[in-house]
Design a protein around this ligand. Structure first.
Ligand code: C5P
Length: 236
């Protein structure tokens, strides 16, 4: 699937909060300036499906970042349970295996215009030694490529990946596989706790379709201005 032609629509803002009023205020501020919002386990555990609906009601596409990982039937059930929320993107762990990935992809086909199902390959918090400790030989880079290929073969629409892998994945998996990249920092923003950061424009140049950006926007004095500035950088 093609990335949006309007560069601002590539930006998904991470609403990492348990405070619905804050999430809605940010959503209202940013509607029209970004492509959508990402809500994850922190938001969802506190605010649940009602919280997701409240954000979606602002007219913002939602990336439901719940990273499902379970037996195939349970993951299929969770994907089906998420469909009424009409998420734009939804993700599962690629390490759940081929049958689980296929079950997730098939479950999303129960509706027309269903969500893009993405795979998480290797969490960026894990290094090569962490992988060795859980029995995965080789480098994290090799594991990311292996799992991304598996995800594609099982009918998933794309992966969430770090900027470090985006170029290799784009080359390997072709133009239609959706690549969603977090760890984005404009030059003028603080790195926070992100280590391997790239600028929005560089991430797109390397092959990213969507950028997940949190604190550079949500922590700015004026989030709408920060979002506009990033969109302008993508246009230049
Ligand atoms: O505030 P910041 O821009 O660092 O937020 C990035 C978002 O992307 C957070 O929600 C974070 O959990 C998520 N993320 C990440 N790195 C990954 C996967 C997800 O930063 N590898």
């Amino acid at each position: 699937m093609k990335p949006p032609s309007n560069p601002s629509k590539r930006i998904f803002v991470a609403l990492d909060t348990t405070d619905l009023d804050r999430a809605l205020a940010l959503g209202r501020d940013l509607a029209g300036l970004v492509g959508g919002v990402k809500v994850g386990k922190e938001f969802f555990t506190a605010l649940g499906p009602d919280g997701v609906r409240a954000v979606a009601d602002l007219g913002l596409p939602v990336f439901l970042d719940l990273k499902f990982h379970d037996i195939p039937a349970t993951v299929a059930g969770a994907v089906r349970a998420a469909l009424p929320l009409r998420p734009f993107m939804l993700n599962v762990h690629a390490t759940g295996g081929a049958a689980m990935l296929r079950a997730a992809a098939d479950a999303a086909k129960d509706v027309t215009d269903g969500p893009r199902i993405l795979a998480v390959t290797v969490l960026t918090s894990l290094g090569d030694e962490d992988l060795a400790a859980v029995g995965v030989p080789g480098t994290s880079h090799e594991q990311v490529l292996r799992l991304a290929r598996l995800a594609k073969a099982q009918g998933l629409d794309g992966v969430v990946c770090s900027a470090r892998e985006v170029e290799a994945l784009r080359k390997d998996l072709g133009p239609d596989f959706t690549l969603v990249v977090p760890g984005i920092r404009p030059i003028w923003a603080a790195a926070d706790d992100q280590k391997r950061i790239v600028t929005p424009a560089d991430a797109v140049a390397l092959g990213a379709d969507y950028l997940v950006i949190g604190r550079p926007i949500t922590g700015a004095d004026n989030p709408a201005d920060a979002a506009k500035r990033i969109a302008d950088e993508l246009t230049d």
